[in-house]
Design a protein. Sequence first.
Length: 319
Amino acid sequence: MKNVLVLGANGFIGQHLVSQLLGKVNVIGYGKTVPPICKCSEFIQGDFTTDTRFENLLRKYHIEVVYHLISTTIPVEGTRNAFQELEENVIPTVRFLEAMKNAGTAQIIFASSGGTVYGESNGYAHRCTDALHPICSYGIQKTTIEQYMQLYEVSFGMDCVIARISNPYGVFPQHDRTQGIIPIFLQRLLRRQPITLYGETIRDYIFISDAVDALLKLMAYRGDQRIFNIGSGIPTGLHHLAEMLEEATQRKFVEIREFPIRSCDVRESVLDITETKKELDWEPKVSLSDGIRKTLKQISLLEQSDQERLIYSGSKECR
């Protein structure tokens, strides 16, 4: 079996990816903290921003494929952490690419950001060949890393694949945490808490299982394409999404607080997935309405578990 290194194996996409890789390859996980339930063949704990062991680790485990899923920042932080983006994401990734080159590890699949690298959609879905116009530091970081990967492919013959993922959502495999605006808003509905909307933005949402399916297919891909859009290809307005969530839960938000769009947000971001579907023989299987229902079911279990923990904790305190 292949030896695969997953950088960020303890993250949202990472944990779902690892669970699907098991039994197909030997999975070496890497992350800052060890997951509560670690399913990797082996897990290496370390800080990606400062770790200097990668060349030795790549050689030691005979790594053939790398999934790079690590990012230390998030899009909404705008330009506040521009230096941090360089110091903690761009420079460490270039250092890692150098380690791959020296160790002879050829293939890396990088999780870029389809929602931030293109800039505004302006009424049409972005194709992989579109020019990049990121308006936030996070998007610039992802774009810069993409360019370095293309440089290492051209200069050193490495196989660098870029996965521009739209807006993935869902619940962590252990049902202990959530990712994305959809589960966050569902939790607020169930807890009767207010939500905040920043403008009427339009996004492309993809359920986590569909995103992971595409990432799995990229490992076996041997065609010429190097950049792939991974999304649903369907635009969804934020207010319409809120209505869908209310319909799914049969509840109304107690309060919707509305503010102007933030400077770090594009108004519209939708991906054209035509090439990805063709090249990978892949397409999303979970519709947004079905994904909401699946997520709601998982979150209901999470909420029930939280309540049980509170009751148990309270009973202990009464002793």
